[in-house]
Design a protein around this ligand. Structure first.
Ligand code: PMP
Length: 345
């Protein structure tokens, strides 16, 4: 007899729609590509590293992250994407059956990670101004509260006052997901130092252009990071990924910063153009824009016929139907704007 976990009954694999279009703006990755320095590292190191195990717990990558973030290596851990670190944190700090509180809407993977870790997923609606509902999150009693800022999919940010009040009153940990930090006017890594109960996760999948190589990191007090590493295990990204990540964080950094800056300018221009089409995008701080639009799934389907893929949401809490469009080189934005115009005709 095959052993099965009863709590896995009804869990289906997490699979974002796989669509191939000439212009794909659906997953908030770096549409400018990867830093040339990282590309060189992949070419140079792949032949010698592929047949060997990487060094466990990635000390050189941690060193590069320490220089980039200003945190000592003992305050850092890395993972197979920040997805992995979120998953590991849930396992490290919560027992099956416990609650995790998550603003709604937010990053859709959280519901999945909660389920596969046997946790109770408790969504708490964002306020009408898209800030977190601090009292609502606290009222759940959850020992781990997740907050994403800039928030996927809305691209809105949490206010410092709300986040600090949450962290100071939380009965346990607050995990702040800053996957889009490089595009935001506000970040919260300072809370990692000033408070005992904050973990911030980040990724090299977005601004750093390495989504396919799967590298994320978390910042937290050494005693918190050590718990995540226990849940994580030793080999979570490949030696090649490590080398590319180190190159992106060092030699590639000017490229990364320049592209992030460019994305912010493009986002501003995209918002203006969307408004000129009579649309009202939400305030945005990620490398993507959310546009409430009744019938968004149908509009996105028509856009796909025009070879442009954007993410559509149906009946999102507090937003309704909406499109999410990633920001990239302007010709891609022009293609999206044109397709959107035609699709809404
Ligand atoms: N957090 C947020 C908010 C995201 O949008 C994503 C990617 N879609 C991730 C985490 C995970 O990214 P990765 O695993 O590639 O680091």
């Amino acid at each position: 007899m095959i052993p099965r976990r009863p709590s896995y009954e009804g869990i289906s694999l997490y699979s974002p729609p796989a669509v191939h279009c000439r212009v794909d703006l659906s997953d908030n990755t770096n549409l400018f590509g990867m830093p040339p320095a990282a590309e060189r590292a992949v070419r140079e190191f792949a032949p010698s590293l592929v047949s060997r195990y990487p060094i466990s717990y990635a000390p050189e990558l941690k060193q590069a992250l320490a220089s980039y973030t200003g945190f000592e290596p003992s305050w850092l851990t890395t993972g197979c994407g920040s997805d992995d670190l979120i998953d590991c944190a849930l396992r490290a700090f919560l027992e099956p059956g416990e609650r995790i509180a998550v603003p709604d809407p937010s990053f859709s993977m959280l519901a999945y990670f909660a389920k596969v870790n046997g946790l109770q997923f408790v969504p708490v609606r964002l306020r009408p101004d898209f800030d977190i509902d601090v009292d609502g999150l606290l009222a759940t009693g959850a020992r781990l509260i997740y907050v994403c800022t800039p928030n996927n999919p809305t691209s809105t940010i949490v206010s410092r006052a709300a986040l600090e009040r949450l962290v100071d009153a939380a009965p346990g940990l607050v995990l702040v997901d800053e996957a889009y930090a490089e595009f935001s006017s506000v970040t919260f890594e300072d809370l990692v130092r000033s408070r005992p109960n904050v973990i911030v996760t980040r990724t090299l999948s977005k601004a750093f252009g390495l989504a396919g190589l799967r590298v994320g990191y978390a910042m937290g007090r050494p005693e918190l990071v050590a718990e995540i590493e226990k849940a994580r295990g030793p080999y979570k990204h490949s030696g090649v990924s490590e080398r590319a990540a180190i190159a992106a964080l060092t030699e590639g950094l000017p490229w990364v910063k320049a592209r992030a800056e460019e994305s912010k300018q493009i986002r501003k221009r995209l918002v203006e153009e969307l408004k000129a089409q009579g649309l009202q995008p939400l305030p945005c701080e990620g490398n993507f824009v959310m546009i409430p639009l009744p019938g968004a799934p149908q509009v996105a389907a028509r856009m796909r016929e025009l070879d442009v893929n954007v993410r559509a949401f149906k009946g999102l809490t507090g937003v309704g139907d909406a499109l999410r469009i990633g920001c990239g080189p302007w010709p891609m934005m022009e293609a999206a704007l044109q397709a959107l115009r035609e699709a809404r005709r």
